[in-house]
Design a protein around this ligand. Structure first.
Ligand code: ATP
Length: 347
């Protein structure tokens, strides 16, 4: 297992260092081996050399690793965040990492802003398309900064893009509670989101064991708040998936607990906490490392180290329940205290 460590900026550096410590501990405890290499990309490098993602670094990441554990990109010294866009979006687009998987599970009822929801009462997986929709950056402005300004962005959906994501989501549903809901705005965005429905209709008969339904995304947002237990696998295009996954994360404790994986079967996979570089808390010890450690758990699971992955997930849940966590989750520990706690919990 060859792992590239790409900490990036701000608290990304702190939480990836924490995850690396847990990885080393888990490797000893569960008797597996790995090699890792720190990759120096981010604001520091950009300010020093003007480089964002040099071609040889991209090729090294693409060709020489099984997976990448990434922290976060973003730095107030680079107001345009050009480096962050080129590195993060560049990796997703150039590696064609079309699946963005965000599991969401409530491990401690006190973290849920809703009344009467118990542990385990929210357990969903958001499968977000990661390479298309309005995020492809096709568009622009005409007569900018005038009263006549016209702005346009194209929402791009391809049949291939819909089919491959839905296949992935159906297979995932088979490993879970066998319920899949496609969330879209096909009533308003008839062509681009209508294509998702066409794709679902033609693929669903191949997965008769999965209950596949559709919901308009606005209805889905309401229902995720009023009936969160109903949801299992939620599929959305890049924009809908982006919005609904943040809503879902807020139901179970917020950014500090939200891991993600960006994958394309057969290619190097990217694991990262959903949160950003949080410049306001850099160096304070307040950075919650759990989202990065849970991302490491996803990585290990995908690499076949299921026992280690399960133990890491259980240790993270226990740390939250016992309040052995950072202030954002109601604890009083620092980043390194939490990391040491998780390692001790792994035994
Ligand atoms: P980006 O644009 O890179 O996503 P952002 O500033 O919009 O960044 P984040 O950096 O993810 O968003 O976080 C917003 C705020 O949430 C931070 O300023 C920080 O106070 C808090 N936060 C985010 N991640 C963590 C974390 N891991 N631990 C503790 N607090 C966090």
């Amino acid at each position: 297992m060859r792992i590239a460590l790409l900490p990036g900026d701000g608290i990304g550096r702190e939480v990836v260092a924490a995850a690396k410590e847990v990885l080393e501990h888990a490797a000893r405890r569960f008797d597996f081996s790995f090699s890792s290499e720190w990759i120096d990309l981010g604001a520091e490098r950009y300010l020093r050399t003007g480089e964002t993602m040099p071609q040889h670094v991209f090729e090294h990441l693409r060709d020489d690793f099984d997976c990448i554990l990434l922290g976060a990109f973003g730095d107030p010294r680079v107001p345009t965040n050009i480096h962050a866009k080129e590195i993060l979006l560049g990796l997703r687009q150039r590696l064609d990492l079309y699946v963005n998987l965000r599991p969401v599970r409530l491990v401690d009822a006190r973290l849920c802003p809703l009344k009467g929801v118990v542990e385990g009462g929210i357990d969903m997986a958001i499968v977000r398309e990661n390479t298309e929709s309005v995020y492809v950056g096709i568009g622009g402005s005409f007569k900018p900064d005038t009263d006549d300004e016209i702005a346009q962005n194209i929402m791009l959906s391809t049949r291939r893009g819909c089919d491959r994501l839905l296949h992935y989501a159906f297979e995932l549903a088979r490993t879970r509670r066998r319920k899949l809901v496609l969330c879209d705005k096909a009533n308003a965005i008839e062509a681009a989101h209508g294509l998702w429905r066409k794709s679902l209709k033609s693929l669903a008969p191949r997965y008769p064991d999965v209950v596949a339904t559709t919901l308009y995304a606005d209805v889905a947002a309401m229902r995720m708040v009023t009936h969160p237990h109903e949801f299992d696998v939620i599929v959305g295009d890049n924009m809908i998936g982006d919005i609904l996954s943040d809503l879902a994360a807020a139901l179970v404790g917020g950014l500090g607990l939200a891991p993600s994986a960006s994958t394309h079967p057969g290619r190097v996979a990217l694991y990262e906490p959903v949160h950003g570089s949080a410049p306001d808390i850099v160096g304070t010890g307040k950075a919650n490392p759990l989202a990065a450690i849970l991302s490491l758990g996803m990585l290990l699971r995908d690499q076949g180290h299921c026992a280690a992955a399960l133990a890491i997930e259980a240790a993270c849940s226990q740390s939250v329940v016992e309040r052995a966590c950072t202030p954002d989750l109601g604890g009083a520990l620092t980043t390194s205290d939490v990391t040491a706690w998780i390692c001790a919990c792994l035994g």
